[in-house]
Write a protein that binds this ligand. Sequence first.
Ligand code: MLT
Length: 404
Amino acid sequence: MFTINENYGKLPGSYLFSNIAKKVNAYTAAYPDADIIRLGIGDVTRPLAPSVIKAMHEAVDEMGNAATFHGYGPEQGYDFLKEKIVAYDFAPRGVKLDLDEVFVSDGAKSDCGNIGDILGLDNVVAVCDPVYPVYVDTNAMAGRAGNYGSDERWDRLIYMPCTAENQFTPDLPQGKVPDVIYLCYPNNPTGAMITYEGLKKWVDYANEHGSLILYDSAYVAFISEDKPHSIYEIDGAKKCAIEFRSFSKTAGFTGTRCAYTVVPKELQCGGVSLNALWLRRQTTKFNGVPYIVQKGAAAIYSEQGQKEIRETIDYYRNNAKTIREGLTAAGFTVYGGVNAPYIWMKTPDNMTSWEFFDTLLHKAQVVGTPGSGFGPSGEGYFRLTAFGTYENTVRAIERIKQVF
Ligand code: MLT
């Protein structure tokens, strides 16, 4: 008889956002007329930029003509998109990348999980706490996380607390040296941002100890201060880091699906190139992002495309400001929302994160994400996203103020 991957049996409950969706669905089934405002999952609400739509329409027409039709594309993405990525996302920041260091994919979420395919199962993994649950759950599925205990922690993971005291950037590990370190800046869920010095500390640590940094910068478009946009702005990072980027939050591609991962050729483990391993993995398991979608993604780099996506990002930024200022004025302690689309608030009156979630759902019909869903140090916090409509954002803050 066949066997299954026993690690799945160790996972607690369902994926965080599925869990929340179930609770909200149960509530709407009981109260079908409830006017729910969803500021939970970080899903965008503004439409795709006109330049993107135009490019995709043209690409659709090309697909309908034998002379311009595209079948399988390069698994790692078309050069027309990678050339733009290298020229616009990295060169202006002083980072030089070769086209074959960029791998276009269907999402940073998939890549953050799939990257584990090329890493040993015995690696000790460190995650921030609180953390985007994908890093933890995918390592648990692979067996790298060990067992999940009653303290709501995996016994083989190193949890690096991110609290207000350390500005939500983890301190370097003091005990065991992690082999693999996940960092995400702008941070999900705390909305914090790391400084150049802060990031340099991690790059130096990784190079000194032979650790690999998996750097998720899916929210880079929201940086508004003088902060690193890519880990490769830090000397030595190409020797120790993989970076994940996405068009989801930058250009509203959550439903369209396009992202990319940078694996520098300098990044080696015992003389083996991780770039070569990732290429082998992708060419074997992935057939590339649709031509039409890559054409749409490339369109954001035109002058008009840049202007359009900037407008949308400014719209969400204004939501973030509205939430931050509204909640602060109402007496809440609030973090994030300056360089990120997430606002990380302290729950009031010693309420647990899930108690606050339930209260907001039932009394204000506002959905957010309980901090404890992101890890033990998230207890006592709550995440709101700036990706709603402006009108709903304003209404949500008014309702929260009324309840508290
Ligand atoms: C979140 O809400 O944390 C994000 O939407 C998750 C994601 O991008 O996969």
